[in-house]
Design a protein around this ligand. Structure first.
Ligand code: C5P
Length: 299
């Protein structure tokens, strides 16, 4: 018997970052949108906790206990005084270390899958609190849809969204480490007083009304200067998508994946073709959101 959970990627329509806190984290106003690129996490009873991963970039995914999926299984098992004896297989489609919460998706997926496999019947709140222990973006991977994350990003308020927004994601070679990008943010802002992060009312209104042009005018990522400083070639990737007809562009989360908002599905297809032909990215994918969060697809 096994359980498979499908978990979406995310893009941050707004990532407002405050100054560094005493605990090393940053307060955020983080507007998450779940988009239709998915990892699938399958758990099967085994003699001990083991992990495999297949798909693009799988060779960069750690297969030891540092993987969030393994940590999720251990955390849930420890909470219930049982042994985490499962094999976890990750079918990866979310870019690895790309700023689209692929690792967090696997953590949320493994948690939900193990809960079902072991028949624990944890409440949504119990699962959410375990997700928050695993990482700042993990609760959103469980919930999906659209949400504002505050605190270090883990405290979620669901957001109302009308219709669907169409995106193109341009994958870059190699990844960017989230802590390194936050460190570069601190370095770039060391001489200024960083304001408290606040969600943009214009952006929330654009989501509520389903207005892609208004959303385009409000997209913002405070980590973008840091990601561009570490990976200057991303500027050319962003410019290519804009000249191909995107409404707006930004670095996704801590990067190096770049995100392009388009007016509809056809425009997204056209932008993706130009991106691939341009050679300014490794691959380009079309995805729409919001979509639902972690979901059991077979058991
Ligand atoms: O919470 P998570 O383990 O995903 O965070 C990874 C790293 O990203 C943290 O160790 C920290 O360096 C950085 N981070 C941060 N502020 C946040 C979220 C993450 O500085 N709100």
């Amino acid at each position: 018997m096994s359980v498979t959970v499908r978990v979406p990627a995310k893009v941050n329509a707004q990532l407002a970052v405050g100054g560094v806190r005493p605990d090393g984290y940053h307060d955020l106003a983080n507007v998450f949108l779940a988009v239709g690129l998915y990892d699938e996490v399958t758990v099967t009873p085994a003699a001990s906790l083991t992990l495999t991963c297949a798909g693009p970039g799988a060779e960069q995914v750690p297969l030891d206990r540092t993987n969030l999926a393994a940590r999720a299984a251990e955390l849930l098992a420890a909470r219930h005084g049982i042994s985490p004896d499962v094999h976890i297989h990750i079918d990866k489609d979310i870019p690895v270390a790309g700023g689209m919460a692929g690792g967090s998706a696997d953590g949320a997926g493994a948690l939900l899958a193990c809960d079902a496999l072991w028949g624990l019947g944890s409440s949504r709140d119990e699962l959410l609190s375990l997700c928050a222990e695993l990482g700042s973006d993990v609760p959103f991977s469980l919930v999906g849809g659209a949400a504002l994350g505050t605190g270090r990003g883990e405290r979620l308020t669901e957001l109302e969204v009308r219709g669907t927004f169409h995106w193109v994601f341009a994958m870059a070679d190699g990844g960017l480490s989230t802590p390194v990008v936050f460190g570069e943010f601190d370095r770039l802002n060391s001489a200024v007083a960083v304001p408290d992060p606040v969600a943009s009312p214009a952006l929330l209104e654009a989501l509520r009304t389903g207005d892609a042009a208004a959303l385009a005018g409000a997209l913002v990522n405070d980590l973008q200067p840091a990601a561009l400083s570490l990976r200057p070639s991303l500027s050319e990737t962003l410019a290519t998508g804009m000249s191909a007809g995107a409404l707006a562009c930004l670095v996704s989360g801590s990067g190096p994946t770049t995100a392009f908002l388009t007016k509809d599905e056809d425009a997204a297809g056209a932008v993706a073709s130009v991106m691939v032909a341009s050679g300014t990215c490794r691959a380009a994918r079309v995805a729409a959101g919001p979509v639902r969060g972690a979901t059991v697809v077979s058991s």
